[in-house]
Design a protein. Structure first.
Length: 112
């Protein structure tokens, strides 16, 4: 249904950012993580820097999608002042996944 709809070119950047976010969210629900990540990154680029809450919401979904793709988000994202508190649980999850990934790689090397 979304693919049949056309988004007006005259929309403001914040409207485009919101559209891209929801489109990325839909793609994530449809398990199309690579496309979802592309739309979420585009949404962050279009979003005004003053929309801190919106940017944090997009970042949360982006981190989730990146982890589902098997990527580990950069540590710098979690240490930014605007994101530090909002993304703290995601940072802990990312650290846990990183540790487990490291342990699994170590055991693979030991038992291989």
């Amino acid at each position: 249904m979304v693919e049949k709809a056309t988004f007006p070119e005259s929309a403001s950047n914040s409207e485009q950012a919101r559209y891209l976010y929801y489109y990325g969210r839909i793609k994530a629900i449809q398990l199309e993580y690579t496309e979802a990540l592309d739309y979420l990154v585009k949404s962050l680029r279009k979003a005004p820097s003053s929309a801190i809450g919106f940017r944090q919401t997009v970042e949360k979904l982006r981190v989730t999608v990146e982890l589902l793709l098997g990527n580990i988000p950069e540590r710098q994202l979690f240490l930014q002042q605007a994101n530090k508190e909002a993304l703290a649980p995601y940072f802990e999850l990312t650290k846990g996944i990183h540790i487990v990934s490291f342990i699994c790689m170590s055991f693979t090397c030991i038992f291989a």
